[in-house]
Design a protein. Structure first.
Length: 96
């Protein structure tokens, strides 16, 4: 699945950065992975932004009625990303 979304920084002590999946993508993932959720509503995936691919998990976000993709500092450095930028993302469920 491919989509564009804004990279944002979580308000808090840690510098966590996330991408919120568009609702149409989140709905498709929810259908595909109805029984694959792990603790905290997480789903294992492989994500790609630019030339960087990594293994991580999506996390269910009930406030936004979507999933959150955490974007590690290493990925942000490699791809020269800052909060507020729109990024092209590709994700693949690895256990659905």
């Amino acid at each position: 699945m491919r989509f564009d979304a804004e990279l944002w920084r979580h308000d808090g002590g840690a510098a966590w950065h996330f991408v919120t999946l568009p609702h149409h993508v989140a709905d498709e993932i929810a259908e595909r992975a109805a029984k694959a959720h792990r603790p905290f509503g997480s789903l294992p995936i492989r994500a790609t932004i630019g030339r960087t691919t990594w293994t991580t998990s999506l996390f269910a976000d009930t406030k936004r009625a979507s999933y959150l993709l955490p974007v590690k500092a290493d990925v942000r450095r490699r791809e020269q990303l800052d909060a507020g930028q729109r990024v092209a993302v590709a994700i693949e469920l690895t256990a659905a």
